[in-house]
Ligand binder design. Sequence first.
Ligand code: 5CA
Ligand code: ZN
Length: 409
Amino acid sequence: MHAWPASEVPALPGKGRDLRIHDTATGGRITLDPGPVARIYVCGITPYDATHMGHAATYNAFDLVQRVWLDTKRQVHYVQNVTDVDDPLLERAVRDGEDWTELAERETALFREDMTALRMLPPKHYIGAVEAIPGIVPLVERLRDAGAAYELDGDIYFSVDCDPHFGEVSGLDAETMRLLSAERGGDPERPGKKNALDPMLWMAAREGEPSWDGGSLGRGRPGWHIECVAIALDHLGMGFDVQGGGSDLAFPHHEMGASHAQALTGEHPFARAYVHAGMVALNGEKMSKSKGNLVFVSALRRDDVDPAAIRLALLSHHYRADWEWTDQVLADAVERLARWRAAVSRPDGLPADALVEEVREALADDLDAPAALAAVDRWAARQSAGGGSDEGAPGLVSRTVDALLGVAL
Ligand code: 5CA
Ligand code: ZN
């Protein structure tokens, strides 16, 4: 699948700091030490509805990770999937009497437009679940042949008890896992499973649903977690630096993915850090396609909201916080953008070298974007008050805000 065009990332003087980031598995902050090529996998959308502010906030967090790495003069190898076949997508297509492939293509195209407008860096490999199927089948066969998977009425399940590290990503107790599994696509109640938590790797073809040749597995379609594992192992290998997503993916998705990969390779860990963004709510409830309480990026764009203001609205909350989208959040961002643009419109101004370092330090410190914004606010306030004759300063501030925060002034 093709991704979207990259916006230029200006190079800044000096060198950025290494990222210290909260890792869900250890429950604490770790200093990442990627090689010259940092590797990141971010779970992509299930394209049955448009990109909402919750999605955008999560992708914003992982865009910042990459910008911090790029500023340390590393290359970034970024992979993202599109879950372009799964129950919620098929159900929506049936509800709306639409062909599921057309629905997926249309919403994926809109997502690309939204990501481009928000200046999110594109993945190097943007891979759909459907195109990954030929790579998924042999992995499921290997798990089955190794005794890590079993058949139940034609469906193939992964046996979580095969992975001694199972449970280490989310750190949840068994009861919570069971509840979340039922809520998030699992089937803990299905009779005949070895462990209620065991997730499906391959679903045998169902009447009226799409299916693919699964070799010795028979016709069917892949389970959700193995999709991301197959794509990540193919393009990044084991032990990549960051696996990212919203906090609702910690369990079961990232927990199961780690176990699949560890059982397949005998290696540990799957990812060196599991990084999760908080949930964005609207009217007191998590914004979600299934509930329909949504603010779409594309709707704001249609209303002529500057994408840079949308981006500033996302940046005004710490990525790990759960927060509420309101009109005021956007209004504050619009106002901030105007202040910043006015401040850099002068040809000269207050020296900005210290500001570059402050923004760098804020982001390296677990992506503290609100602290980075506050630093730029302080510079902009002093700059607007007059003073300073440093000719390069406004340009340097624009480049810093662009390179590290993805905001075009
Ligand atoms: N296709 C799978 C991942 S492989 C999936 O979860 N798709 S999704 O469309 O449901 O979500 C895409 C990303 O947005 C996920 O990382 C998810 O955690 C995140 N996300 C969904 N809703 C919210 C929200 N309200 N706030 C923050 N992030 C959210
Ligand atoms: Zn995923």
